[in-house]
Design a protein. Structure first.
Length: 251
């Protein structure tokens, strides 16, 4: 465990700041009152689209020293700065005397740019070869899911801090299960994960804390069965025809 808690001190923020995005997102506003705890090596953030999961994961990544668009801590490229200023203000409470040996911030939506940066760094005669650490093939020459599994299997290592935003976007169901196993191995080797996800498979990570963000911005731990992606997917799969029938009839 490296990061135990994240919170937002309001003092450097002016009232004008607080009236602006991202502080207008209810979950971000609540960080100032309550903060958020990461009690276990795997924390999973669930919640509907727009509740602030990506904003939160990105801000934790920036506060931990990662590039806002993704990559390892040495990545410093920018294609289009869309990050919120939250990362500059968010405070991470770290476990005393423990520093990650490695880490990665992955956003499914901008991994293409990370892949381009990996190629660029690898081609730079002044920097050491890099592709080997990513499985030996440029991520642009693999499918999105293959390149992502290369990344977690080869580049991720023990005692790392990993921040992942919807990793399932790249992955098949098999791929999600492979990721789940890899996460369990890396946790056994002292790593920590904070993951925003809608995947009922990833949400089943053994020993994980699921924090569900609701529309009012409450960030609360829930059991696996109560997590919305799990409950809704289960209700759907129990009888897809019936579920769709009701959904279509309610239009
Ligand atoms: N660059 C931005 N500028 C203004 N608003 C944004 C920006 N990025 C996201 N938002 C808004 O912030 C809210 C939270 O977004 P996000 O953290 O991406 O949600 P989630 O990842 O939970 O789906 C949304 O209402 C979204 O429209
Ligand atoms: Mg998101």
């Amino acid at each position: 465990m490296f990061v135990r808690r994240a919170y937002l001190p309001t003092r450097p923020l002016t009232p004008a700041d607080q009236a602006r995005w991202p502080y207008t997102i209810p979950a971000v506003a609540r960080l100032a009152d309550q903060g958020v705890d990461f009690p276990t090596p795997v924390t999973l953030l669930a919640g509907d689209n727009g509740t602030g999961k990506s904003t939160l994961v990105e801000a934790i990544a920036v506060a931990a020293g990662f590039n806002p668009e993704g990559g390892g801590t040495s990545f410093r490229f920018t294609t289009r700065a869309t990050e919120s200023p939250l990362g500059e203000h968010l405070v991470l409470q770290r476990a005393p005397g423990r520093k990650p040996r490695t880490g990665f911030f992955l956003r499914a939506e901008s991994y293409y740019n990370v892949a381009t940066e990996i190629e660029r760094l690898d081609a730079d005669p002044d920097s050491p070869p890099l592709l080997g650490a990513y499985g030996g093939v440029s991520p642009h020459e693999r499918s999105h899911g293959e390149s992502f599994l290369d990344l977690v299997n080869h580049r991720f290592g023990p005692q790392g801090l990993y921040l992942l935003d919807e990793p399932e976007a790249a992955l098949s169901v098999h791929g999600c299960l492979a990721l789940l196993l890899r996460i369990a191995d890396l946790v056994d080797q002292g790593s920590q994960f904070i993951i925003a996800t809608h995947s009922p498979i990833l949400l089943s990570s053994p020993g994980a804390t699921i924090l569900q963000i609701d529309a009012a911005g409450t960030i609360a731990p829930v059991d696996y069965d109560q997590a919305e992606p799990v409950a809704l997917t289960r209700a759907f799969l129990a009888d897809p025809g019936r579920f769709l029938h009701h959904l279509l009839a309610d239009r």
